[in-house]
Design a protein around this ligand. Structure first.
Ligand code: ADP
Length: 577
């Protein structure tokens, strides 16, 4: 059958236009074969009726082919051809002995054409019609309506031809159909393989993107850790020197701004890939609102603005949601309002809507043009084309805020009048939460353990990071000793030689990374090494990597850039138990 498969497309290309696609070439060849058979019959048949009837059927089929080529529906043509064929065959069988006639065998294959060309129901319809004709014929024979027919040698070749052709057609048609089916199957498999390849390519791209983001995140956060950390150390030392303070504050603000941009991009890509997870905690709502509000106080001081916070007295004291993400949305809304308001007021309202809490930031700023309002939550969108030049920003803030609002189970929206101002609101389904056992006030406490002489081990391949951490540790615990290691292997070596109270473990290091080193520490044969607290310090924010790191046996993990106060508190928690 392979030669047919190979020859079919070439032959199909030469057919009239309507017969070139899909099953049409088969229909054409089948009808052509039937016409040829009919014409052969018309010539060789010994019966007088044959030449007229068979050649008229051949002409009829030919006319149908022409009509189909001109657009006549294929299904109707098939019904007409089959119907006409049934009549001719009925007549041929009738005049040559009825049920005894070999011509009746042609009736067997009549339903095949509508079955394969049109479908199952048409096939069954014609099968029933043919059975009815056969029954009619038998009854007519029984009742003697059909003349008895002479048999003799003259009829042997034509009867033999009839049976041979019918047998051939009976197998050729299903073979053709089978061929068509295989071709369609092969095409669909090919399509599936293509889709599979596309899917793999997309997965690969997405994995590459995640890897890229993780690497970039690490690469950016590592120097930021040093910049912010040393800046903070210097700030503590230059109190009373206004000039130096001013410069360092500028550096701090710029570095903070850069961190916001880095975080925005990372957050956005994690939100896109569904990796960002909400970490709810119980906290005091007022404190968080005040904290977000206070953050902008220094900036507002140089502006002529009425900057206010209005808290509803009915607000619940404790609520349970992701405090960090709520802060992020509030900071974005306040930052935007202050950026786009030059005079008048910016007011943060926090209202109890029973149930839920509405945070709204009302400003009297430039507002947003009506035609841009429905675009504002889309990524990289800014209200005007010159917004970037005039005000800066990356157009990600609101897109992230909207996704975060959804993740927190709430909604975000705004009303804005160009030239008059805007009101952005965030509604969260917050309920009154029970106060946690430990008050967050305790976070503000002074270090109790400042006099202790601990031995710390800092494992980090970056000398600047080691230096920074060393300074922070020695500022907080002046009597302590800080050992250093540049990779996981060296960390294990130092641990074997010295009694260490706490290990700070970087995640990405050459030779042996922090994950493997932590795992080996936890499996060590020496009890002292096995039990040492290990605090992960990493610039990698990929949740999957963090999870791997934690499950290697960390006692805790903190992200770089770290702030010294929370870090020191954490150390104290781990060591003073
Ligand atoms: P950006 O970092 O550019 O501020 P956002 O997603 O936070 O990105 O905001 C998108 C755009 O929405 C802004 O560039 C600005 O055109 C418009 N916008 C947001 N908040 C305000 C506001 N309070 N007043 C006027 N325009 C605003």
């Amino acid at each position: 059958m392979d030669w047919i498969r190979a020859a079919m497309p070439r032959m199909a290309a030469r057919l009239p236009e309507r017969f070139q696609q899909g099953k049409m070439p088969y229909v054409f060849f089948f009808v052509a074969v039937v016409i040829a058979v009919l014409l052969t019959y018309a010539v060789v048949s010994p019966y007088s009726y044959a030449s007229v009837t068979f050649s008229s059927l051949a002409v009829f089929l030919f006319v149908l082919l022409v009509l189909i080529n001109r657009g006549f529906p294929l299904n109707w043509a098939t019904h007409l051809g089959t119907g006409f064929g049934a009549l001719i065959l009925f007549y041929a069988a009738w005049s040559t002995g009825g049920v005894y006639s070999p011509r009746l065998a042609w009736m067997l294959i009549l339903p095949l054409t509508p079955f394969y060309v049109i479908g199952r129901r048409a096939g069954i319809f014609w099968l029933l019609a043919v059975m009815l004709l056969q029954l009619t014929m038998a009854v007519s024979n029984q009742l003697g309506w059909i003349q008895s027919f002479e048999t003799g040698m003259a009829h042997v070749p034509s009867s033999f031809l009839t049976y041979t052709l019918v047998t051939c057609v009976l197998i050729v048609v299903p073979l053709m159909y089978d061929h068509m089916y295989r071709q369609a199957l092969e095409e669909s498999r090919k399509h599936q393989r293509e889709l599979e390849a596309r899917r793999e390519e997309l997965e690969h791209t997405s994995a590459m993107r995640e890897h890229f983001i993780a690497t970039v995140s690490h690469e950016l956060r590592t120097p930021m850790n040093a910049i912010l950390g040393f800046n903070a150390l210097l700030l503590a030392q230059v109190q009373g020197k206004p000039e130096a303070l001013k410069v360092l504050n500028h550096t701090r603000q710029s570095a903070d701004h850069l961190m916001t941009v880095i975080n925005d991009i990372l957050d956005y890509s994690q939100l896109q890939s569904g990796q960002l997870v909400i970490q709810p905690e119980t906290f005091e709502l007022r404190h968080t609102a005040e904290h977000a509000f206070e953050l902008f106080k220094p900036r507002v001081e140089s502006m002529d603005l009425d900057y206010r916070l209005v808290l509803d007295p009915a607000l619940p004291v404790w609520v349970h949601t992701d405090r960090h993400r709520l802060m992020q949305v509030l900071v974005n809304l306040l930052g935007n309002a202050l950026k786009f308001t030059h005079q008048g007021s910016v007011v943060l309202h926090v209202r109890w809507t029973d149930p839920g809490v509405e945070f709204s930031v009302q400003d009297t700023g430039i507002g947003i043009a009506k035609e841009r309002q429905d675009q504002i939550f889309k990524r990289f969108t800014q209200a005007e084309n010159d917004t970037q030049t005039l005000y800066g920003g990356n157009g990600l803030g609101l897109a992230i805020s909207q996704k975060l609002a959804q993740l927190l189970g709430g909604q975000i929206g705004f009303e804005s009048e160009p030239g008059q101002g805007s009101r952005f609101w965030l509604h969260l389904p917050l309920a009154v939460a029970a106060a946690p056992a430990k008050s967050s006030e305790q976070h503000q406490h002074q270090l109790q353990s400042a006099g202790r002489a601990w031995t710390f081990l800092v494992a980090d391949d970056h000398p600047v990071n080691r230096l920074l951490l060393k300074q922070v540790l020695q500022n907080a615990w002046p009597h302590s000793q800080v050992l250093e290691a540049v990779d996981g292997q060296k960390t294990l070596d130092v641990l074997r030689e010295h009694a260490v109270d706490l290990v700070f473990m970087d995640m990405v290091m050459p030779v042996m990374d922090g994950i493997d080193a932590t795992r080996l520490i936890r499996q060590d044969s020496t009890e002292r090494i096995r039990q040492v607290p290990v605090l992960g310090l990493t610039a990698n924010v990929n949740p999957l990597d963090l999870e791997r790191f934690k499950s290697a046996g960390l006692s805790g993990v903190m992200l770089k850039p770290f702030e010294s106060a929370p870090l020191c508190e954490r150390i104290e928690q781990l060591l003073v138990r």
